[in-house]
Design a protein around this ligand. Structure first.
Ligand code: C2O
Ligand code: CU
Length: 555
């Protein structure tokens, strides 16, 4: 592969959206940030210069980085933040990913302003498993906040309140046509009649699964999370935060202007009804001489807010290519099986320290462990055999069995243990994990679960409590989709499988930042396989120092 070099300069910059001005920390003065383009198998060095006033880390979402956790990015998991006035060079090793991925900050909530797309083209001289498109387009969906999010999140976590909602969603940085003061700056994509485009869609929104549709145009989904899928034609897309979807669009409609609309799919807060908070819009415009109507056509195929049936229907259509050229390799002899609940929780305390639900502080958990970030990174502790930073006893089964999807489960299961517990796996183990959504605090919602360093096969999913006897019979082991971020459906479960063939320290977490900062995460350590190629590399000569006070989070 080819080696590429980039400089990412992090600097505060003023942006005007929704009639007001605010400063945000961004990369190379742009929001969203620069696109990294590589071919499969390339290596990229990104030198991150932090000229902001708080520590930052960057993660290369979906890039497996074989043996190279050192450049993976999550704060206090694989590194400590890059402090203001310093720099750090990431080495990003592309192996078998092909399609669209993305990069984002992985410290505090900084990713709301610090993110961008990664495009991985097929190896030089080879091509896509579909006819070569005439053009390409990148669509990054994001969240817009009026406030300084990190300050508010800190305060919320400290006092135990809720974390903030974005005031709008954005398409390539713009809220669009439906919001005050943002009509003029609406993102516009110009297409030529008759041409077919490959659209690379990223959901970089902080806390929302989104539907997306383009008026009067069908979308042919061809890839997801850096893997190809069996092409299927759809009128809309449902995409969870963290996920990427590649689709083809043929500009074959009457010359005109068509709305591209992204619309909130699910929220635990039905009180959010403001139209601006639900929609972002952009305009697809045909080139040429014609008179377009004053208002673009609205996408009639866009499902309504909270339409879970439409969300489920979209997800159910995802299949791997599973052909000779793109075979699947689903683990068939599972050696480690885990059943992991993902829950909303509360930590008992009282005002004024805590001001959340019942005066308590909100939390989240996996198997009722609310993850506590340690003072130094787990990778360094693991590599240098330091004790006292984490314990290797993440439970592989829920500590208490109860009716997970029953409304209003027992109070005691709403209170998690707060600890730094990690799961240990031997090299090449064949792992199956079932994530079970729960109704604790009567707050079930979808949880998009993401793992670093891996992608996995999604072999099954369903509603209610998982039943090991009957539900495992429904697994698709023939052409399951391969993802790095999977939706655990509200009041339901999802089962994934992967082979633990990437040694190192890898974060597992819900990609809703609210849940991540409340503790819906854990770390998976995969031991070395015994040869240099199957072992965690040694650290680069320089890693950012962990300094006191270590943690920005107070959990
Ligand atoms: Cu998109 Cu932990 O990452
Ligand atoms: Cu979640």
């Amino acid at each position: 592969g080819v080696v590429h070099y980039h400089d990412f300069v992090l600097r505060e910059k003023n942006f005007t959206r929704l009639c007001s001005n605010k400063s945000m920390l961004v990369v190379n003065d742009s929001f969203p940030g620069p696109v990294i383009r590589v071919h499969k198998g390339d290596t990229v060095y990104v030198n991150v210069h932090n000229q902001g006033d708080y520590g930052i880390t960057i993660h290369w979402h979906g890039v497996k980085q074989p043996g190279n956790s050192w450049s993976d990015g999550p704060e206090y998991v694989t590194q400590c933040p890059i402090q203001p006035g310093t720099n750090f060079t990431y080495e990003i090793i592309f192996s078998n990913e092909e399609g669209t991925l993305w990069w984002h900050a992985h410290s505090d909530w900084s990713r709301y302003s610090i993110h961008g797309a990664i495009v991985v083209y097929p190896v030089n001289g080879t091509t896509y498993p579909f006819p070569t498109p005439d053009g390409e387009e990148i669509i990054v969906l994001g969240s817009w906040y009026e406030i300084n999010v990190n300050a508010v999140v800190d305060e919320d976590l400290r006092t135990g309140g809720d974390t903030p909602r974005s005031v709008a969603y954005v398409i390539n940085g713009q809220p669009g046509d439906f919001c005050n003061c943002s009509k003029e700056s609406t993102y516009r994509w110009v297409v030529d009649y008759g041409k077919t485009y490959l659209v690379r869609l990223v959901n970089a929104a902080m806390n929302a699964e989104l539907f997306l549709a383009i008026a009067d145009h069908n979308l042919t989904v061809v890839g997801m999370d850096g893997n190809y899928v069996k092409p299927f034609v759809t009128g809309y897309i449902m995409i969870s935060p963290g996920q990427t979807i590649d689709f083809l669009l043929t500009a074959n409609q009457t010359l005109g202007h068509y709305y591209i609309v992204a619309h909130q799919y699910d929220t635990a807060r039905p009180d959010v009804t403001d139209y601006d908070q639900m929609n972002a819009s952009a305009i697809l415009m045909y080139s040429g001489n014609y008179t377009a109507p004053g208002i673009p056509i609205y996408p009639s195929q866009l499902p309504a807010y909270e339409n879970h049936t439409a969300g489920d229907a979209f997800v159910a259509r995802l299949r791997s290519l599973a052909n000779e050229q793109y075979p699947v390799d689903v683990p068939m002899n599972v050696t480690t099986r885990m059943y992991i609940t993902v829950s909303m929780n509360q930590i008992l305390c009282s005002p004024p320290t805590c001001a959340g639900i019942n005066g308590n502080r909100l939390a989240s958990s996996m198997n009722n462990i609310s993850f506590l970030n340690p003072d130094m990174d787990i990778l360094q502790a693991y590599y240098s055999n330091l004790s006292g930073v984490y314990t290797p006893d993440f439970p592989s089964w829920p500590p208490t069995m109860y009716n997970f999807t029953e409304y209003d489960p027992p109070f005691n299961v709403t209170v998690p243990i707060v600890a730094t517990k990690v799961m240990m796996l031997n090299y090449n183990e064949e792992v199956e994990i079932t994530f079970q959504g729960t109704e604790t605090l009567n707050a079930s919602e979808d949880h998009p679960m993401h793992v670093h360093g891996y992608s996995f096969y999604v072999v099954g999913s369903g509603v209610g409590n998982f039943n090991n006897v009957t539900d495992s019979l429904t697994y698709n082991l023939v052409d399951p989709v391969q993802l790095n971020t999977v939706r655990t459906p509200k009041i339901g479960w999802v089962t994934i499988r992967f082979k633990a063939n990437n040694p190192g320290v890898w974060l597992w977490h819900c990609h809703l930042d609210r849940h991540l900062s409340w503790g819906m995460d854990t770390v998976m350590i995969v031991r070395d396989g015994g040869t240099p190629e199957t072992s965690l590399r040694s650290p680069p000569p320089y890693m950012p120092k962990c300094k006191v006070p270590f943690s920005h989070w107070i959990r």
